[in-house]
Design a protein around this ligand. Structure first.
Ligand SMILES: Cc1cc2nc3c(=O)[nH]c(=O)nc-3n(C[C@H](O)[C@H](O)[C@H](O)COP(=O)(O)OP(=O)(O)OC[C@H]3O[C@@H](n4cnc5c(N)ncnc54)[C@H](O)[C@@H]3O)c2cc1C
Length: 415
């Protein structure tokens, strides 16, 4: 038997809560902590199976992250979501859940509710109207499944005894199954906490070190001045780091670089590494410059490059890094250096914008301690971890919600 008090630092001395059968302890079959995407999906599925479900949420609203997702339109899934798009120390873990609950399953739910949606690009599905429609869908389905969601409720202790006894600031509750669906560390100002990791560690599960993912990257010194000058300029590119490459746009910001290509690659970036950026994907730049040298010998390099890249970027590059002379005055070595610079461009990076702006948390509860079919802890029967709390991270574009739905669904089938 174990006592678990993830909030013990706030409680001071930890007292032993009453036994499950003590008077005043509400009994459920399943208690889910966290009313986000994964938690509500799990509540729906467990409730549909006739289980008595209670969801405990410390915020004043359920699904807050859903509401701000996709710029308020919620990119709720991706039609190309396949297990190999996901990052994890245990790559094959997500296969079972993503195969059992696919993007088509969630689309069927959206269509059943007649929520209008569209594909923006690359299989990314967004609501035509508002993310509120997805939250409404989930809450209605949860209600239809008789699941109870208790808001503004703080969990103060967790104890294992014939199931789980949960102490909260609204009294004690008990259940045979406990599902931890409290998400990751991204956007702490919206209620994100390291609660799931604390529970995992207290129960002897390993936690893969976490870091912000899908997050803008920052720079300093001269490179920062360069980025600030170009803030708002966007360039299609291929950004590569840590064995992953993404063909999307790069965006200069007042702190460094962002845009979908950089957000994607940031999940693979670690301190001290470089991001390699091909600013002219699909173009043999060396050959192009040689042709232009022959065809337009008097044109300046800046003029030639401005036909390919934003003028302000070319101007800034030519002031500092590139030889802005007439094409005829450039040697083969000069031209090769220009091609190398633009085809494999990088700036010194000193960090990320952190959890404050990160869309996801990379790392989390180590999936090697969980069943890939049910999300149940292998060594602690009745304890489940789902959603972003676990070490499964998708790329941008609806993949992270798909993981939340799929892992929530699978746990919901057996809690
Ligand atoms: C700005 C932004 C935009 C995004 N857009 C998209 C998108 O368009 N498409 C996409 O696929 N993904 C998107 N994501 C990622 C996506 O939101 C997450 O991957 C997803 O919400 C994870 O679901 P979850 O249920 O695991 O966690 P969450 O949705 O974070 O839910 C966790 C819940 O647990 C609650 N909680 C935390 N600690 C406690 C505690 N101690 N006690 C009780 N409750 C607690 C939280 O308040 C929250 O309600 C976006 C993320 C951000 C930050």
């Amino acid at each position: 038997m174990h006592d678990f008090h993830p909030m013990a630092h706030r409680l001071g001395a930890v007292t032993t809560p009453p036994h499950n059968s003590a008077p005043g302890v509400e009994q459920y079959d399943v208690i889910i902590i966290g009313a986000g995407a994964a938690g509500i999906m799990c509540a729906i599925e467990a409730g549909r199976r006739g289980r008595r479900v209670l969801v405990l949420e410390h915020a004043n609203k359920a699904g807050k992250k859903i509401l701000i997702s996709g710029g308020g339109r919620c990119n709720f899934t991706n039609v190309y979501a396949t297990p190999d798009s996901y990052q994890s120390q245990n790559k094959s873990f997500c296969v079972s859940a993503l195969t059992r609950y696919t993007s088509q399953d969630f689309i069927a739910l959206v269509e059943k509710r007649r929520i209008a949606y569209h594909e923006k690009k690359l299989g990314q599905l967004f609501c035509n109207g508002s993310a509120k429609e997805i939250v409404r869908l989930l809450l209605d389905e949860a209600e239809a499944a008789n699941a109870t969601i208790r808001l503004e409720c703080e969990v103060t202790s967790i104890r294992r005894a014939d199931g789980f006894l949960i102490g909260t600031d609204m009294g004690s509750v008990a259940a045979g199954s406990l599902v931890v669906a409290t998400g990751g560390l991204s956007i702490p100002q919206m209620g994100a906490t390291g609660f799931a990791y604390a529970v995992a560690q207290q129960f002897g599960l390993n936690v893969v070190p976490t870091r912000p993912g899908l997050v803008p990257l920052t720079t300093g010194g001269q490179a920062l001045a360069f980025c600030r000058r170009l803030a708002g300029v966007s360039i299609p590119c291929i950004a590569s780091c840590g064995g992953a490459s993404f063909t999307e746009n790069l965006l200069f910001t007042h702190k460094g670089i962002s845009g979908p290509a950089i957000l994607q690659v940031s999940s693979y970036w670690q301190q001290g590494e470089q991001v390699h950026i091909d600013l002219l994907p699909g173009l043999d730049l060396l050959n192009h410059l040689k042709e232009q040298q022959a065809a337009r010998p008097r044109a300046e390099l800046q003029t030639i490059l401005s036909a390919l890249l934003p003028k302000s970027f070319v101007e800034a590059m030519c002031e500092t890094f590139l030889p802005n002379r007439a094409m005829a005055q450039l040697s083969f070595k000069d031209i090769s250096a220009v091609a190398d610079t633009l085809k494999d461009w990088s700036i010194p990076l000193n960090g990320t914008e952190g959890y404050r702006t990160a869309e996801v948390t990379v790392g989390g509860v180590d999936t090697r301690g969980l069943s890939s079919k049910t999300m149940e802890a292998l060594e602690v029967s009745g304890l489940f971890f789902i959603g972003e709390a676990v070490d499964v991270t998708g790329p941008l574009g609806g993949h992270n919600f798909q993981w939340a739905w799929a892992s929530g669904y699978c746990a919901g089938q057996c809690v």
